[in-house]
Design a binder for this molecule. Structure first.
Ligand SMILES: [Zn+2]
Length: 147
């Protein structure tokens, strides 16, 4: 009997339930606004990368995309929610990371924890070599991890 190969990636193969995480962010911070569609981006295999875009907001479709590398057991839910929160702010405030944007960003409950987490765990997303090259300078992190 012929056996069909299993698809390599089932749609829900990952660790995190993105729509639940997004619903909580919406409920907690953006209840005045309609909820946005939040989805994992396409998974593209790469051995190493120089930088990574963890989240994006599309002004035309009003959709938020989260990098599929974050759908893993070693990525804390609060970190994914910090990215969702950030992308919601782009919907509210526009594309610029200006002072107003940053002051809204600090309203996220785990803002400081999220900044600290990515600084310490950059190697999970970029690989050890790239993370070592970047050192532990906060400025370097913001150039390598985009959202
Ligand atoms: Zn941004």
């Amino acid at each position: 009997m012929e056996t069909q190969p299993l698809p390599l990636e089932l749609p829900d193969h990952g660790h995190h339930h993105l729509s639940s995480l997004a619903a909580e962010v919406h409920r907690t911070y953006f209840l005045k606004y309609p909820p946005l569609s939040v989805r994992w981006g396409q998974r593209i295999q790469r051995k190493s990368r120089r930088s990574i875009r963890l989240g994006s907001y599309n002004h035309f479709t009003n959709e938020i995309r989260i990098h599929p590398s974050l759908n893993a057991h070693n990525i804390p839910a609060f970190f994914i929610q910090s990215i969702i929160h950030h992308e919601y702010l782009h919907h509210m405030l526009g594309p610029s990371h200006n002072r107003r944007f940053h002051s809204h960003e600090r309203k996220f409950r785990y803002h400081r924890e999220s900044k600290e987490w990515i600084r310490r765990n950059l190697f999970l997303l970029l690989g050890r070599r790239a993370a070592r090259r970047a050192g532990i300078a906060r400025a370097a992190v913001s150039q390598l991890v985009l959202f």
